[in-house]
Design a binder for this molecule. Structure first.
Ligand SMILES: *Cc1c(COP(=O)(O)O)cnc(C)c1O
Ligand SMILES: [Zn+2]
Length: 387
C-alpha cells in the first residue's frame, strides 16, 4: 500500500511509493494527526497508532520505543541547565533505529534490505529475523570484523560491496523496487514515520508544556526529520503551542550539516570525511541533510560540531556522573550541550532533553560470520540470485 507522501520543501504531494520528490528532497508520509493525546496504557511506539500508517507487528517490533525520559540533576551543574535524558538503549536492539524498523517491517511484506554498517543494519536484520523474512545487508568492504559479528548474529545475508558506498543508497531504492526487496534505508518515508515517535514521546512527557530544547546527534537526518514532523503534527493538532528548539550535533571530523549551518547555506553539500570514533553519525553526504538543517532553523535551534576529545570526555561524564553507557555517537549530545550553554544559546533554567540514541553496551557477539564480496556493478544480479 502506498500512503500519500508530501515534500516539506515544495509542498508537492504524491500517492506513488516514492522516496524523493521531483525537486530532489526526501518525501515523508502525509498522515493527518489526531486531535488529542492517546488514551491507552500502551508503552511503545504503538501508543501512537493514530499517528502511524500501520498496526503493531508480532514479535520485537511490538516493543520498539516507549523509552524512559530520565531527569539527571547531577548533570545540571556541569552544563548549567535542567537536563533530561531520553534513553534509547531500551529499544529491542539498543537504538532508536528500531522505531523505524518496526514500522517499516510492519508496513511491508517480502524480502528486506538495508544499506548500513552499524545500528541500522543490526536493527533491520533483527526485525527481519523476528518476522521470518529474508534480509540483505549491504556493508562497505572495509568494515571491521567486530561490527560484522554484531550484524551477523541475526543471520542476514551480508554483502560487502566494493565501490562508492554513498552511491549505493539511491541504487538500492531503484534496484529494490525492481526486485521487490524493501530497502529500509536511513531516511525512507516508513522509517521516518516510525522515528517520529521519539518526538511524540518527548512532547507528551512534558505536556501541556514543552521542553525548551531537544539535542540530537545527526547523520543522515532521518531521525531529525521524524522528530521535526512530530513537532509539526503536534502544532497542527493544537497539542503544543511552540516546538522545542531542535539542536543537532555532529562530529567535527564529518560535519556537512553543521558546515552548511555555519556558512548560512540553504542546502547541505557532501564533505570529505576524516576518522571519528562516532562512526554511527559519520555520513559525509546525508540524504536528509537539507531537511534536518531546515528543521533546526525552523524550530529556532541550530547545528553544531564537536571534536573527538570532547566526545571522549562526554562519554566518560555520562558513565561516571549519571551511570549511562552511551556510544560515542550519542555522547556528542552532552559535548554539544556544553557548547550551547557556554555560548548562552541555551539558558540556565531551560529544560533540555538529550536524546541518547544508542547503547554503549554492544558486546562481542559470538558465532561465525559469512559474507560475500561483490563489486557494485554486480549488485542487482547478486541480489536477484538470492531472493
Ligand atoms: C543512526 C544513528 C544516529 C543518526 O541518525 P540519523 O537518522 O542517521 O541522522 C545517531 N545515533 C545513533 C546511535 C545512530 O545509530
Ligand atoms: Zn519537493
Amino acid at each position: 500500500m502506498a500512503w500519500p507522501r508530501l515534500c516539506y520543501a515544495c509542498g508537492s504531494r504524491t500517492s506513488d511509493a516514492a522516496s524523493r520528490c521531483d525537486c530532489g528532497e526526501p518525501l515523508w508520509l502525509a498522515l493527518d494527526p489526531p486531535s488529542d493525546w492517546p488514551v491507552t496504557n500502551e508503552n511503545s511506539i504503538w501508543r501512537y497508532r493514530e499517528w502511524l500508517p500501520v498496526d503493531a507487528p508480532a514479535g520485537i517490533g511490538a516493543a520498539a520505543g516507549g523509552t524512559p525520559l530520565v531527569r539527571t540533576r547531577r548533570l545540571d551543574d556541569l552544563v548549567d541547565c535542567r537536563v533530561h535524558l531520553k534513553l534509547e538503549s531500551t529499544n529491542p536492539t539498543g537504538t532508536f533505529k528500531d522505531r523505524g524498523s518496526a514500522v517499516g517491517v510492519a508496513a511491508t511484506s517480502g524480502p528486506l534490505g538495508t544499506v548500513s554498517h552499524g545500528n541500522m543494519a543490526i536493527s533491520v536484520a533483527a526485525h527481519a529475523a523476528a518476522s521470518g523474512r529474508p534480509c540483505s545487508v549491504l556493508v562497505p568492504d572495509d568494515i571491521p570484523v567486530s561490527r560484522l559479528r554484531q550484524i551477523a548474529e541475526y543471520d542476514p545475508r551480508i554483502l560487502r560491496v566494493t565501490g562508492d558506498y554513498g552511491e549505493l543508497y539511491d541504487a538500492t531504492i531503484k534496484i529494490g523496487s525492481q526486485l521487490g526487496i524493501r530497502f529500509l534505508n536511513s531516511d525512507t518515508p516508513l522509517r521516518v514515520a516510525g522515528q517520529k515517535t521519539t518526538g511524540l514521546e518527548i512532547c507528551e512527557a512534558f505536556a501541556p508544556d514543552t521542553p525548551d530544547a531537544v539535542v540530537l546527534p545527526v547523520s543522515s537526518g532521518g531521525h531529525a526529520s521524524g522528530i521535526w514532523q512530530a513537532f509539526r503534527d503536534l502544532e497542527t493538532a493544537g497539542l503544543i503551542q511552540e516546538p522545542p528548539a531542535l539542536y543537532l550535533v555532529q562530529a567535527a571530523a564529518c560535519s556537512p550539516i553543521a558546515d552548511a549551518y555555519q556558512a548560512a547555506q540553504d542546502t547541505v553539500s557532501a564533505v570529505e570525511p576524516a576518522e571519528t570514533i562516532a562512526y554511527s553519525i559519520a555520513n559525509p553526504d546525508p540524504p536528509s541533510g537539507t531537511r534536518a538543517l531546515t528543521a533546526a532553523r525552523e524550530t529556532g535551534g541550530g547545528v553544531i560540531a564537536v571534536d573527538e576529545e570532547a566526545i571522549r570526555e562526554a562519554m566518560t561524564t555520562f558513565a561516571e556522573v549519571v551511570g549511562v553507557s552511551a556510544e560515542p555517537a550519542s555522547a556528542v549530545t552532552l559535548a554539544g550541550l556544553e557548547k550551547l550553554t557556554a555560548t548562552k544559546q541555551i539558558a540556565q533554567n531551560d529544560d533540555v532533553v538529550l536524546v541518547v540514541t544508542g547503547t554503549g553496551f554492544r558486546n562481542d557477539a559470538a558465532g561465525s560470520v559469512t559474507t560475500e564480496t561483490i563489486p557494485q556493478s554486480e549488485l542487482a544480479e547478486t541480489l536477484k540470485a538470492h531472493h
